[in-house]
Design a protein around this ligand. Structure first.
Ligand SMILES: Cc1cc2nc3c(=O)[nH]c(=O)nc-3n(C[C@H](O)[C@H](O)[C@H](O)COP(=O)(O)OP(=O)(O)OC[C@H]3O[C@@H](n4cnc5c(N)ncnc54)[C@H](O)[C@@H]3O)c2cc1C
Length: 428
C-alpha cells in the first residue's frame, strides 16, 4: 500500500493531460494504465482548438516536430456525391492554431503519456484498476442508496503478473475512456437514445490523396446513399488513410455479414469513396465499435472526478473527442489543484468546472443532431443564412465554449429537431 495526492485511471489523452498538469503543480500524481503504450486507438482527427491545451502542456513543439499530417479543413459530400467547398479553419480568424493534425493515436497517445512523465507524474502501465476504495465499503460503493455515491479514497489495482496493490489518494480521476469505471459503478451513465450508432473502420494504404498540400490532410465526411450512414476519410502519415463508416446499429451491424464485408459493401454505396480507395489495400484488421454515445449525470463527487470519455462521448462526426478529453482534463486539473491547496476535496469543489464544460458540450451535441436530421444540409443552411457562417466555422474549429457560438441554433432549430439541454446534477 502507498499513497499520493491524485490517482488518474487511464493514460489516454484525458488522463495524460490531467496527470501532467497536476504533477507540474507539484502534486504527487500516479497515472495507472492497463495497457502497454504504444497501443492502437481510434480517434485520429484533431480539432484546431486542441492547440491551446498543447501549448500549456508543452506539447506544441513536439507536435510541430512530429510526422503527423497537417489538417487545414474539413469537407462534406452528400449522398449523391456532391462535395461542399472545404471549411478552412483560417477563414475567420487566421492564426497559427488554424492548422491542426491527423494523428496516429498509438504514437500521439504515447507522446502525451511520456510528456506527463516528464512533468513528474509516475506512470504504471500494464496495470488494471479493478475498483476504487470508498468510505463505507462495498454496500455504500454499490450505489446511491443514501443520496449519492460515497467518498472515494483510492484504488485497487492489479499488475500484469496478477499482484494486487492498493493505493490511497486524496483525489481519484477517472479517465478510463468508454470503460467509464466510476460512472458505471455509481449508476451515473446515461446512453443517448437518439444516437444508437455503430462504427466499422480500418486503415488503407495507397488510397487517393489530394495533390494540393493544403487539402491533402483534410478530413472528408462522406454520406452513403439514402443517408444510411457516413464515412470518415482521414489521411495519416506513411500513405495510410483511416476509413470508417458510422450508421445506426440496426442498419450497420444487425444481421449483416463480417465487418470486412460490411465496410466493402458500404464503400460501394458511397459515390465519393469508390474512386478514392479503388487502388488501395487494407492494412490490419477491421474494427467495430457500437453504442458509444452517453453522458454521466455528474462530473465529480467527494474525492473523485470524471474526465474525457469516462464523463461523456458524443459522436465521431466532428472529431470533437480528443478536444473534449484535453479540455476536461485541463479544467479538472485546475479544480483539483485548487481543491488540494485548500484541503477541500468535496464534489462541489472538484466539479466546479462542469456546468461551463457541459454548456460547450451541448453546442457540439446540437450540431451532431443537426447532422443526423434527414434532409438537413449544412450547405443549404449556409447558403440560406450566410450570417451564421462565422459561428459554424468557429464551432468546427472547436471554439464551443463561447456562449455566442450557440446563437446559430436559434435559426437552426427551424430546420432540425435539436436536443433538450442535458444539465449536470450538482456534484455535492
Ligand atoms: C468510431 C470513433 C471514431 C472517433 N474518431 C475521433 C476523431 O476523429 N477525433 C477525435 O478527436 N475523437 C474521435 N473519437 C473519440 C476519441 O477516440 C475519444 O474521445 C478519446 O480517445 C478520449 O480520450 P480519453 O483519454 O478520454 O479515453 P481513451 O483514449 O480511451 O483512454 C482511456 C485509457 O484508459 C485505459 N483504461 C481503461 N480502463 C482502465 C482500467 N480499469 N485501469 C487502467 N486503465 C484503464 C485504456 O486502456 C485507455 O488507454 C472517436 C471515437 C469513436 C468511437
Amino acid at each position: 500500500m502507498r499513497d499520493c495526492d491524485a490517482i488518474v485511471i487511464g493514460g489516454g489523452p484525458a488522463g495524460a493531460t490531467c496527470g501532467a498538469l497536476l504533477a507540474e503543480q507539484g502534486h504527487r500524481t500516479l497515472i495507472i494504465e492497463r495497457t502497454q503504450f504504444p497501443r492502437f486507438h481510434i480517434g485520429e482527427s484533431l480539432m484546431p482548438d486542441t492547440y491551446w491545451v498543447f501549448k500549456r502542456l508543452g506539447m506544441l513543439e513536439k507536435m510541430k516536430r512530429s510526422g503527423f499530417v497537417k489538417k487545414y479543413s474539413v469537407q462534406f459530400a452528400n449522398a449523391e456525391g456532391k462535395e461542399s467547398a472545404p471549411f478552412y479553419f483560417d477563414e475567420m480568424n487566421p492564426h497559427e492554431c488554424s492548422q491542426t493534425w491527423q494523428v496516429l493515436r498509438s504514437e500521439f497517445d504515447h507522446m502525451m503519456l511520456v510528456n506527463a512523465a516528464e512533468k513528474g507524474a509516475e506512470v504504471w502501465q500494464n496495470t488494471l484498476v479493478r475498483d476504487v476504495l470508498t468510505d463505507g465499503g462495498a454496500a455504500a460503493a454499490a450505489g446511491a442508496a443514501n443520496g449519492g455515491p460515497p467518498r472515494v479514497r483510492g484504488v485497487i489495482a492489479e499488475r500484469a503478473d496478477g499482484t494486487g496493490v492498493e493505493v490511497r489518494s486524496k483525489v481519484v480521476v477517472d479517465a478510463s475512456g468508454t470503460t467509464a469505471l466510476l460512472a458505471s459503478k455509481f449508476g451515473l451513465r446515461r446512453p443517448d437514445p437518439k444516437l444508437r450508432k455503430a462504427a466499422v473502420f480500418a486503415h488503407y494504404k495507397g488510397a487517393r490523396r489530394d495533390a494540393d498540400p493544403r487539402d491533402e490532410g483534410a478530413t472528408l465526411v462522406l454520406q452513403v446513399q439514402e443517408q444510411n450512414g457516413w464515412f470518415w476519410y482521414i489521411p495519416l502519415q506513411d500513405d495510410v488513410v483511416s476509413v470508417g463508416v458510422v450508421g445506426d446499429i440496426d442498419y450497420l451491424i444487425r444481421g449483416r455479414g463480417k465487418p470486412e464485408q460490411v465496410i466493402e459493401e458500404e464503400i460501394q454505396r458511397c459515390p465519393v469513396m469508390i474512386p478514392r480507395v479503388a487502388n488501395a489495400r487494407r492494412v490490419g484488421s477491421v474494427h467495430v465499435l457500437s453504442d458509444f454515445s452517453y453522458s454521466a449525470t455528474r462530473c465529480a463527487g467527494d474525492g473523485w472526478v470524471l474526465i474525457g470519455d469516462a464523463l461523456t462521448f458524443l459522436d465521431p462526426i466532428y472529431s470533437s473527442g480528443v478536444l473534449l478529453a484535453l479540455q476536461s482534463g485541463e479544467r479538472a486539473a485546475d479544480a483539483i489543484d485548487a481543491a488540494l491547496r485548500s484541503g477541500d476535496t468535496s464534489g462541489a469543489r472538484l466539479g466546479a468546472w462542469g456546468d461551463d464544460f457541459y454548456a460547450g458540450l451541448q453546442r457540439v451535441r446540437k450540431l451532431v443532431y443537426a447532422f443526423y436530421t434527414k434532409h438537413f444540409s449544412f450547405g443549404r443552411f449556409n447558403r440560406a443564412h450566410p450570417e451564421h457562417r462565422r459561428n459554424l466555422v468557429e464551432l468546427l474549429v472547436g471554439d464551443v465554449f463561447r456562449a455566442e457560438a450557440g446563437d446559430i441554433f436559434e435559426t437552426m432549430k427551424r430546420y432540425c429537431d435539436l436536443p433538450e439541454e442535458i444539465r449536470l446534477e450538482p456534484s455535492s
